[in-house]
Design a protein around this ligand. Structure first.
Ligand code: UD1
Ligand code: UDP
Length: 383
C-alpha cells in the first residue's frame, strides 16, 4: 500500500450518496489508501446509504442532535475532525458539495494544513442567502480547496470567474455513477406499499421538500399547493417521503395528512428512491440531487425554489423553476398534469450532469496530483 492517504469526509444523505461510488473507486486504486470519516450530521438517513453501498466508516463523529443549529454542527465537526486528522494524518481530505459538514471539514483540514479536494465544485446561484447556508458554504470551500472537481462546464466557469486558476477538473457528477448501480427494471420495493401503486394508470408525483430557506411561509405555501393538487386531481397520487427534520415533519403532516391520494412515508433508501423516480410521472422538489437524477430518468421536474444552481436541465427543458408561491406552483403542476404536449416536451432523458465516469476521473486527478500518474484525466463532455 502506498503512503498516499485519501480521507473522504461526509455527513448527510446526499453527500453519502454522491461520495459512496468515489469511496469505492478509491478503494480499487492500489496506489491510494482510502479512509472514510462520517460526521453523522444525519444519522438514520446517512446509515441507510452506508448500508446500501456497504461502507463501514473508519471514523464516526456521531454529532447529530434534534433541532441542531448551524453553529452546533460546525463546532462539533471542527473539534471532532481536528482529532481525527491528528490521528489518521491524511495526505488529502475530500469533501462534497455545500453542507455544514463539507464546510467544516474543509476548514478543519486547512487548519491542519492538509490539502482539500472539493467534489461537486463550482455550483452557484450568486445569492448568498439562497440556498442558505449552502451558497456560502460552497463558496468558502472553493477558497479552501486545492483540487476542484466540477460536474459541468458552467460550474468550472463559475470558479474561473472567482479567480481560481489551478486544480479544476471537469468530471461530471458522481450521482450519475451511483445511479448505474441502483436503477433496475425488476426492482421490488422493500417499502411494501410502493409495490401496490398503479404507476401505469395513475399520475404518480414524487415529492420532497426540506430546504432551510423554505422554512416558514414558503413551506406553508408549497404544502398548501400540494394539498390543492391532490384534492383537485383524483388521477394523481403524491408519494412524499418526508425528511426527518422536525420542522418539515410538522408542516407536512399538518397540511397533507389524511388526504387519500397522498402517501406520506418515512424517507426511503436510495435504491427505492431512484426506482420510484424511474416509475413516476413527474417530480416536485426543492432538493438539489433530485434535479440531477430525475432528468437522467426522463422525468419532468418542478423545482419549488426561487433559484437553482443547476441551470443545465432547465436549459434542456426537463426542469422548470416553479418558485415558492402557491399560484405559480399550482399553475405549473396543472400544466404538466393536464397538457400532454407540455408533458412530452419535458419528459425526455437528458444527461447534462454526467456519464457515469466521474469517480474514475476524480481518482485519476488525485493520482496525477500526487505524481502517481503522468496524464491528466480526460474531461467530461455531455452527450
Ligand atoms: C442538511 C444540509 C442541506 C442538505 C440536507 C440534505 C446543511 C446546513 N444543510 O439539511 O444542505 O440539502 O441536509 O437532506 O448542512 N434528522 C434526523 N435524522 C436524520 C437526518 C436529520 O432526525 O437522519 C433531523 C434532526 O432533527 C436534525 C434535522 O433533521 O436536527 C435537520 O438536519 P440538518 O442536517 O441540520 O439539516 P437539513 O435540513 O437536513
Ligand atoms: N433520497 C433518498 N430517499 C428519500 C429522499 C431522497 O434516498 O426519501 C435521495 C435522493 O434520491 C437524492 C438525495 O437523497 O439522491 C437528495 O437528498 P436531499 O434531497 O436530502 O438533499 P439535497 O440533494 O437537496 O442536498
Amino acid at each position: 500500500m502506498s503512503g498516499i492517504k485519501v480521507m473522504s469526509v461526509f455527513g448527510t444523505r446526499p453527500e453519502a450518496i454522491k461520495m459512496a461510488p468515489l469511496v469505492k473507486e478509491l478503494r480499487r486504486r492500489e496506489d491510494l489508501e482510502s479512509l472514510c470519516c462520517v460526521t453523522a450530521q444525519h444519522r438514520e438517513m446517512l446509515d441507510s446509504v452506508l448500508d446500501i453501498f456497504q461502507i463501514i466508516p473508519d471514523y464516526d463523529l456521531n454529532i447529530m442532535e434534534p433541532g441542531q443549529t448551524l453553529s452546533t454542527i460546525t463546532t462539533k465537526c471542527l473539534l471532532g475532525l481536528e482529532k481525527v486528522f491528528q490521528s489518521a494524518k491524511p495526505d488529502l481530505v475530500l469533501v462534497h458539495g455545500d453542507t455544514s459538514t463539507a464546510f467544516s471539514a474543509a476548514l478543519a483540514a486547512f487548519y491542519s494544513k492538509i490539502p482539500v479536494g472539493h467534489v461537486e465544485a463550482g455550483l452557484r446561484t450568486h445569492d448568498r442567502y439562497s440556498p442558505f447556508p449552502e451558497e456560502m458554504n460552497r463558496t468558502l470551500v472553493g477558497d479552501l480547496a486545492e483540487l476542484h472537481f466540477s460536474p459541468t462546464v458552467a460550474n468550472k466557469e463559475n470558479l474561473c470567474r472567482e479567480g481560481i486558476e489551478k486544480g479544476i477538473y471537469l468530471t461530471g457528477n458522481t450521482v450519475i455513477d451511483a445511479m448505474a448501480t441502483t436503477v433496475r427494471t425488476d426492482f421490488r420495493f422493500s417499502t411494501e406499499g410502493l409495490n401496490h401503486i398503479d404507476y401505469e394508470n395513475q399520475k404518480v408525483i414524487v415529492v420532497t421538500c426540506h430546504r432551510r430557506e423554505n422554512y416558514g411561509q414558503p413551506m406553508e405555501d408549497i404544502m398548501s399547493a400540494l394539498a390543492y393538487i391532490a384534492k383537485t386531481y383524483p388521477g394523481v397520487e403524491l408519494v412524499y417521503p418526508v425528511h426527518l427534520s422536525p420542522v418539515v415533519q410538522e408542516v407536512a403532516r399538518r397540511h397533507l395528512e389524511g388526504i387519500g391520494n397522498i402517501h406520506l412515508i418515512p424517507p426511503v433508501d436510495v435504491e427505492e428512491m431512484h426506482n420510484l423516480m424511474a416509475r413516476c410521472y413527474m417530480v416536485m422538489t426543492d432538493s438539489g440531487g433530485l434535479q440531477e437524477e430525475a432528468p437522467a430518468l426522463g422525468k419532468p421536474v418542478l423545482v419549488m425554489r426561487k433559484e437553482t444552481e443547476r441551470p443545465e436541465a432547465v436549459a434542456a427543458g426537463t426542469v422548470k423553476l416553479a418558485g415558492v408561491e402557491y399560484d405559480r406552483i399550482v399553475a405549473l403542476a396543472e400544466e404538466v398534469i393536464m397538457d400532454r404536449e407540455v408533458y412530452d416536451t419535458m419528459a425526455h432523458a437528458v444527461n447534462p450532469y454526467g456519464d457515469g465516469k466521474a469517480c474514475e476521473r476524480i481518482a485519476d486527478a488525485i493520482e496525477y496530483r500526487f505524481g502517481l500518474r503522468e496524464q491528466l484525466p480526460e474531461e467530461f463532455v455531455p452527450g
